[in-house]
Design a protein around this ligand. Structure first.
Ligand code: 5GP
Ligand code: ZN
Length: 107
């Protein structure tokens, strides 16, 4: 998806403050943080939203959550944190490339 901002970030065409990257997923700080620690975990492959996932996406979706957990630990969010996935405009989604928000404050 050439006009997708998170695809451009995943391909390195737009800079981001990266926390983690492997073949499947990428994590980077949100450009407008709504908490002292606020990062996003995305699949590198374009997926619009949770609206369009199916059983074949289960391993990748699991990896997004496990990556969120590992990075939250690394970021010192030991007292707890929020994970949010906005789905569709009515669900508050602004960027239509699936992403998990992780928000919290280091203990
Ligand atoms: P949502 O689609 O779940 O409402 O949120 C999209 C999130 O992406 C917002 O929190 C917004 O600040 C963040 N965002 C949008 N564009 C960029 C960007 O170019 N770089 C980064 N790092 N974050 C972005
Ligand atoms: Zn995309």
């Amino acid at each position: 998806m050439t006009d997708c901002i998170f695809c451009k970030i995943a391909h390195g065409d737009i800079p981001s403050s990266k926390l983690y990257e492997d073949d499947d997923v990428l994590a980077f700080h949100d450009i407008h943080p709504k908490a002292p620690v606020h990062f996003l975990v995305i699949p590198k492959r374009h997926i619009d939203s949770l609206f369009v996932v199916d059983d074949s996406d289960a391993p990748l979706l699991g990896k997004l959550m496990v990556t969120a957990s590992k990075l939250a630990r690394e970021q010192g969010l030991s007292e707890g944190y929020k994970t949010i996935v906005h789905t569709g405009e009515a669900g508050g989604q602004e960027v239509f490339h699936l992403h998990v928000h992780v928000l919290g404050e280091a203990a």
